[in-house]
Design a binder for this molecule. Structure first.
Ligand code: PEP
Ligand code: MG
Length: 562
């Protein structure tokens, strides 16, 4: 009998294969925390330092043979393993008579707890520290490091959650798909699975019952896992295996009737921007400036900012680059801007709101953007995150004008801005909908909370109604229509992209890897069809119903295995 488990599909694909579970994690030291007779603190410290060095060297070695995201993740984990402060705190404990294993265990715990308390991006780094700890303890014990199991036959990897160093070294010729009971759409599992093109499902809590050798069908499109699949699943997997390869993006986003929908990229650095330009992106629809400075505990200098922004502008000379001002807070804490004691950071002083709490940082950022823009060929637009009212939009436009930036805009991420879109957008030159936040605020479901993934779905019809309201607001803005784009993850879903265009969205900005799929599906509909499909989604009673109705109207999705 087959059993179906549900999770969140974070990387497309449909395969069938046997399950292999990740080995159990390294257990906490239990063999006495104190140094045994005859072993000095110096000897124990040296053993700890040697184990740490060996782990860092091993990770570096793996980083050297890996490429792309995998190499970056491994390098970052190796850096964490070489982190002097971690070793220093552990060595202090050893000096006071603690065994190496227990010392590193405790020291890493303290660091991970601090990171977890920061929330968001920083909290996800806590997993990296715990991963490094497990590797060091394994080295001290002389047991194999935790990691991907070995198996002759390709397998579906099951884990509670995957550590970055594991996901980074996944061999896609041996691993068919990833299923995790924990994690979320922003976990490393999700990011690496997408970059390797492996089907992946996260937050599938009930899959903990799967055991080695269980045969499962993994549907990364629908977010389901079927144990003991039957003929229907076999046919779906077969159809996926014989999918038509996506053509590369030719650099012009358009519908079948020639209606233009510029396809832009979301970037966080100059090197991202270069990669996006090489992938054919028509510009940058979202430069997440806070990504240039994450982990910094002081405000970046004017020169640092100019350099970081210029690197992005130079990759897109002659094209539009939309710079978002610092979006600190909640999932992206920046110590120089955010108060980590807030009880509910997602509803706190974040995004544009930090300007009132810490005046000056935004003015200085706008000055740096203006200087970087003045020496470049890019067409620079500037927008503020988390705008909630027309007054905030007007105030931001005033600040931009003061800095000499001529195209101010707002991100529509808060339902109030979507409902009041005409008044909000009338104050500026354009709007860009951040569907990630708009979804979490519309559904009152924290985007960081795995068990709420079902609500945190941009297919929720309530979110789509607010997208429509925003587009209508842009179209009827005082002084003439103003363009409304989308730069949240929704734009990277080819089926949802059609809906967004049908609702009146002018441009779509996404991870560069999504460009070929979105471009290929947009080309299969004309404007009237996109509008009709958008109406199907608006009329649905649930996210699942909306997705199902729309997918049924876009047969090319199956052709390309999307
Ligand atoms: C969004 O909220 O959709 C968005 C693009 O911003 P971020 O994901 O950086 O909050
Ligand atoms: Mg946002």
């Amino acid at each position: 009998m087959s059993t179906t488990f549900t999770g969140v599909g974070v990387s497309a694909g449909r395969v069938i294969g046997p399950v292999r579970r990740m080995p159990d994690p390294i257990a906490a030291p239990s063999d006495g925390a104190l140094l045994p007779e005859g072993i000095t603190a110096e000897q124990e410290s040296a053993r700890l330092a040697e184990a740490t060095r060996a782990v860092a060297a091993g990770l570096k070695e793996r980083a050297a043979t890996a490429t792309g995201d995998a190499a970056d993740v491994l390098k970052a984990t190796a850096l964490m393993a070489s982190d002097k402060s971690l070793l220093k705190s552990a060595t202090k404990l050893v000096a006071s008579g603690t065994r190496a294993e227990s010392a590193i265990w405790e020291a890493a715990d303290a660091v991970a707890t601090q990171l977890a308390a920061l929330g968001g991006y920083m909290a996800e780094r806590a997993t990296d520290v715990l991963d490094v700890r497990a590797r060091i303890v394994a080295e001290l014990r002389g047991v194999p490091a935790p990691g991907i199991p070995d198996a002759e036959e390709p397998f579906v990897l099951w884990a509670a959650d995957l550590a970055p160093a594991d996901t980074a070294t996944l061999d896609p010729t041996r691993v068919l798909a990833l299923v995790t009971s924990g994690g979320g759409p922003q976990s490393h599992t999700a990011i690496v699975a997408r970059s390797l093109g492996l089907p992946a499902i996260v937050a599938a809590a009930d899959t903990v019952v799967l055991v080695d050798g269980d045969v499962v069908f993994v549907d990364g499109i629908d977010g389901t896992v079927v144990r003991n699949p039957g003929a229907t699943e076999a046919a779906l997997a077969e159809a996926y295996a014989s999918r038509v390869a996506l053509p590369a993006f030719d650099g012009t986003g358009q519908l079948s009737d020639g209606h233009r929908v510029p396809l832009l990229a979301n970037v966080g650095s100059g090197s991202d921007a270069k990669d996006a330009a090489a992938a054919g992106a028509e510009g940058v629809g979202l430069l997440r400036t806070e990504f240039c400075f994450l982990g910094r505990d002081s405000e970046p200098t004017h020169a640092e900012q100019v350099k970081a922004y210029r690197a992005v502008f130079d990759a897109f000379a002659g094209s539009k680059v939309v710079v978002r001002t610092l979006d600190a807070g909640a999932d992206k804490p920046l110590p120089f801007l955010t108060d980590d004691s807030e009880p509910n950071p997602a509803l706190g002083v974040r995004g544009y709101r930090t300007d009132a709490a810490v005046p000056g940082v935004l003015d200085r950022q706008l000055a740096a953007i203006a200087e970087a823009a003045s020496g470049s060929e890019a067409e620079v637009w500037t927008m503020a995150p988390m705008i909630s009212t027309p007054a905030e939009a007007a105030a931001f436009a005033g600040l931009c004008a003061g800095a000499g930036l001529t195209t101010p805009g707002v991100m529509v991420e808060v339902p109030s801005a979507a409902v009041m879109a005409r008044q909000v957008v009338s104050e500026v030159s354009f709007a860009s909908i951040g569907t990630n936040d708009l979804t979490q605020y519309t559904m009152a479901a924290d985007r960081q909370v795995g068990p709420l993934a079902e609500f945190n779905d941009p297919w929720q019809p309530a979110v789509l109604h607010l997208v429509r309201s925003t587009c209508e607001g842009g179209a009827s803005a005082a002084g003439g229509p103003k363009p409304v784009g989308v730069c949240g993850e929704a734009a990277a879903d080819p089926a949802l992209a059609v809906v967004l265009v049908g609702l009146g969205v002018a441009t779509l900005s996404m991870n560069r890897r999504a460009l070929p799929a979105v471009a290929a599906i947009l080309k299969t509909v004309d404007r009237a069809e996109a509008q009709r499909i958008a109406h199907l989604a608006l009329g649905a009673g649930s996210a699942d119903e909306a997705r199902t109705l729309v997918r049924a109207a876009l047969p090319e999705l199956d052709v390309f295995g999307l």
